[in-house]
Design a protein around this ligand. Sequence first.
Ligand code: MGD
Ligand code: MGD
Ligand code: SF4
Ligand code: MO
Length: 704
Amino acid sequence: MNPTIPLRVVHGACPHDCPDTCAIRVTVDGDRVVGFDADPDHPFTDGWLCAKVRPYLERVYAPDRLMHPMRRSGAKGHGQWQRITWDEAIGEITDRWKAIIAEHGGAAILPYSFSGTLGLVQMGISGERLWNRMGASGLERSICGAAAESAVIHTLGAKTAPAAEDLKHSRMIIIWGSNPASTNPHFMPFLQTAIRNGTKVVVIDPRRTTTARRAHLHLQPHPATDGALALGMIHVIFAEGLHVEPWLEANTIGWRELRDHVGAYTPERVAGITGLDASVIVDLAREWATSGPAMVKFSDGLQRHENGGQTIRSLIALAAVTGQIGKRGGGVYYSTSGYAIWDSEAAGHRSACPPRPRVINMNRLGAALCGEAVDPPVMSLFVFGANPVAASPNSGKIIDGLLREDLFTVVHEQFMTDTAKYADIVLPATTQVEQVDLHRPYGHRHLQYNAQAIPPMGECRSDWDVMRALATGMGYTESWLHDDAEAVIREVLDASRAANPTLAGITLERLQAEGTVPYTFPEPDWVPFSDGVFPTPSGKVELRCDRLAAKGLNPLPDYVEPTEFREAAAGTLTLLGGAAHHFVSTTFANQLSLMMKEGTPFIELHPEDAAERGIEDGDDVRVENARGSCVLRAVVTDEVRRGVAVSPKGRWASLSQGGRTANWTVSDRLGDLAGQSTFHSNRVTVTPERAAMAQPVEAESVAD
Ligand SMILES: Nc1nc2c(c(=O)[nH]1)N[C@H]1C(S)=C(S)[C@@H](COP(=O)(O)OP(=O)(O)OC[C@H]3O[C@@H](n4cnc5c(=O)[nH]c(N)nc54)[C@H](O)[C@@H]3O)O[C@H]1N2
Ligand SMILES: Nc1nc2c(c(=O)[nH]1)N[C@H]1C(S)=C(S)[C@@H](COP(=O)(O)OP(=O)(O)OC[C@H]3O[C@@H](n4cnc5c(=O)[nH]c(N)nc54)[C@H](O)[C@@H]3O)O[C@H]1N2
Ligand code: SF4
Ligand SMILES: [Mo]
């Protein structure tokens, strides 16, 4: 520490894909960050960071961070690199793109980004402006929660959630297919307060998670049957006259059709579908209906299957039939991201750009690269803030695509990820302390500003700085492709304020000065929908949704068994891959201290499932289906229900046995709404790896 230069403290925000968007105080000594601490005064962050981000400076100062641009000097994926300058990199990329555009049009270029950072500038604007100007292919960003978002919008009209402070007013909370103890950790103290206040907590999850251990009741249905469970509960509520008819009459459309529709979901039939006892379903329905205020909290893990959208609509309907929506302590707790909608023209300047030629679903990346995208084929892929080889479905197919000799791949990254390995050019990215951004959370009701604390390390550049340099290389002179990050934030905020009363009084200057700025509400503890306003076409909760009918979908929430389950061979297990406690998707899964906490890549198996397959705790097992396979360490535990296996997401192939992860088995089939990924309707066989290894040796000796 230099005694003559005082330490500076700047406002930071956690950029990761987590609802909590923590407020951070970054302490800087000269050009070095010496402190990365939670803001003690923030009402949600409350002075503590999670286990993943507390050691963030290990990431910033990791010796293996990418520090300069590189060009591939060996075969694709072989890890041989030559250092180049930024001028060479930008020159080579834009020369290639100009040639591709001349021959195939802008549609042959595909930008691929997702959740490395959730910042407005580094993710949002960087994913829009340059690509719009270029006329590149768009990306359908549906790997995470697209079906739930679409279901919420179609049903309620807005993604708005109550304040966590209101949990203490609930008499009952169902945490449904959500694991906040790992994925939304700052929710947990509010839940604890509610529990101390007498709130009953039910967790519905095929796995006994850390969250489930805190609950009064834990139910473990078969995966992807939650829609049937909710519809069965609604059946009981109507059958017993426990619905709140005046509320339904005043605030919903289609409740009578829903009542008739759920006639088929008798507790006995739903018991057969879910694997729960009929009496459990009836009791839960009665308790839900009679102990309001009652709240259902869900997040995205629940809907990552083929029937995910309709499942979420069923859960919302459950809250509606008992009139819970808009009540303090009741209703639906999903996302707060809809409290501020960024003005799309200011964000993307689409009106000044050629029309978007097409949109490619990110879950179909491998398929798109391997020929599904035709006329033109994808000739160049630019990946930033994402690690599709390790995080996206059907990894083997993605690699097949990345190995195409005629594909020009650029990856902008902090580390040499499984995806960066296959690039033609790798560009080094800044971390959050080296860049400016504005963060709109999905788990609380404050905007968070992130100031740049230190200059970029090495030759690293932020996403937006790379986009600006690429725009120069392409010869694009529009000022909105060259404005700095602060100017962009100001432009988007100013344009968005008119349509968003929540942004009243929120300016760039205020954000820079205060770091955390709460949204403006009619009253500070505003309960969403308490005014009875639902911004749907009908102005009501659309239990029957004609917009879905117009798309050829069932206008009523429904349960349909995923195709993969219907077609599954006997003896297969359903593989779930929810959040790892110490990683955020594949981010942090290369950080030694966190890898040690998470342990060897594993798969949890129920003792009876393991015994049937001759598998013991600690064995290596092969997890396989027609798409691919990987080797994982068996953890035999009764925390998973029979027929279900769990291998948390996030592992890097290059750090896994055999160089492959569970995502080699994951289907790239799309779900029912919004092109949703279907990670959790995945069937696999699990066999002891020793047997699998013995076979080829035998075959060889026979051939001899
Ligand atoms: N520590 C940590 N935090 C994270 C992440 C991370 O990787 N690690 N990822 C972030 C991201 S990208 C997201 S989208 C959120 C996700 O946040 P969550 O949705 O809370 O996380 P998941 O673990 O994906 O899923 C939650 C639970 O759903 C269960 N589940 C899966 N299928 C079904 C089903 O069919 N029915 C029922 N009832 N339950 C089911 C899983 O067993 C899991 O425990 O978390 C974010 N936060
Ligand atoms: N098996 C299984 N897999 C899953 C899921 C599952 O349920 N099961 N869930 C999925 C879900 S919910 C999600 S959201 C996806 C997430 O998938 P991705 O969005 O691909 O997220 P990450 O794997 O975390 O990769 C983000 C990358 O961005 C980099 N990065 C961080 N900050 C920056 C930055 O400022 N600039 C640039 N250029 N790079 C940066 C990080 O180093 C990291 O490598 O994963 C999915 N994968
Ligand atoms: S990952 Fe979530 S809980 Fe952890 S510091 Fe970031 S926002 Fe906070
Ligand atoms: Mo996600």
